[in-house]
Ligand binder design. Structure first.
Ligand code: COA
Length: 244
């Protein structure tokens, strides 16, 4: 879903059955409005914020949590401060409120994506596409051999883009499942070249699970690549940009 499709939307929004909403926010651009929402963070969130040594990492964490609270609170019809989180077995933040909600957050270099749905467990990832000195080594280390071969065969520029497509698709899938690094990103095989349809190809070489999963590539802002994943073939994706 390309940059043009992200319409600025007022909140609150209503989530129709069968819909997946993905919100984009430029965390730096909305620094002031998000600072105004920072009072909604819980004591454990503040305690975690205080543990960041690098100031911009701390402020990005605080802004992203404020954003998630504001968005989820608007769907739930409650103040951002009243949103209560729990954690999945491997650390995936989940909503403690009833209603079958699933959400996921990703932030990278000033950009944040928040996915919200009731269709199935959802995962989202965003990365800034940056010239990466080590992306070939990272592909060899974290990708399946067939995937890293594709990245290595591309010229500079195209290879970074393919690398980040694969990276975000794998992360979105692993985050939907609530899995951490321990699962092994090379076990999830995804497409990554521009002409390939965006999808999961297989897990541990087995193509069967791929039939029930959906992946979508996202381009929320120039220079950023994202992906959203969920285990459903039937839903409607809507992309919004945070009005600030
Ligand atoms: C924890 C992990 C999911 C975070 O990913 P990241 O790219 O560093 O950061 P993102 O901004 O995309 O996501 C972070 C958010 O995901 C959420 N998250 C944390 N643990 C999660 C989990 N187990 N599952 C899903 N979401 C999780 C949190 O909301 C977190 O934001 P916060 O810490 O600010 O509250 C990631 O470190 C990880 O374990 N990934 C596994 C995938 C992998 O092996 N990748 C290698 C390359 S493909």
């Amino acid at each position: 879903v390309g940059v043009a499709a992200w319409s600025p939307a007022p909140i609150p929004r209503h989530l129709e059955a069968g819909e997946v909403h993905v919100w984009f926010a430029a965390l730096d651009r909305h620094a002031r409005s998000l600072a105004g929402l920072a009072g909604s963070l819980s004591p454990p969130e503040w305690a975690r914020a205080e543990r960041f040594r690098v100031e911009h990492a701390r402020s990005e964490y605080v802004r992203a949590r404020a954003l998630v609270r504001a968005i989820l609170g608007s769907y739930l019809g409650i103040p951002a401060k009243s949103v209560v989180f729990t954690e999945g077995p491997l650390g995936k933040p989940e909503l403690a409120h009833p209603g079958g909600w699933s959400f996921n957050l990703s932030h990278s270099h000033g950009a944040a994506l928040v996915a919200v749905t009731r269709v199935a467990d959802v995962g989202v990832d965003v990365e800034q596409v940056r010239p990466h000195q080590y992306h070939r080594e990272l592909a060899e280390r974290f990708f399946a051999p067939s995937e890293s071969a594709k990245v290595l065969a591309l010229p500079p520029g195209a290879s970074e883009e393919a690398f980040f497509h694969a990276w975000t698709r794998k992360e979105a899938f692993l985050k939907a499942m609530g899995l951490g690094l321990s699962f092994g990103s090379e076990r999830v095989e995804v497409t990554l070249l521009p002409h390939e349809p965006v999808r999961v190809l297989g897990i541990d070489g087995d193509p069967a699970p791929a039939a029930s999963w959906s992946l979508e590539a996202l381009a929320p802002a120039p220079g950023y690549i994202g992906a959203v994943a969920l285990q459903s073939r039937s839903y409607r994706l809507r992309c919004w940009s945070w009005p600030g």
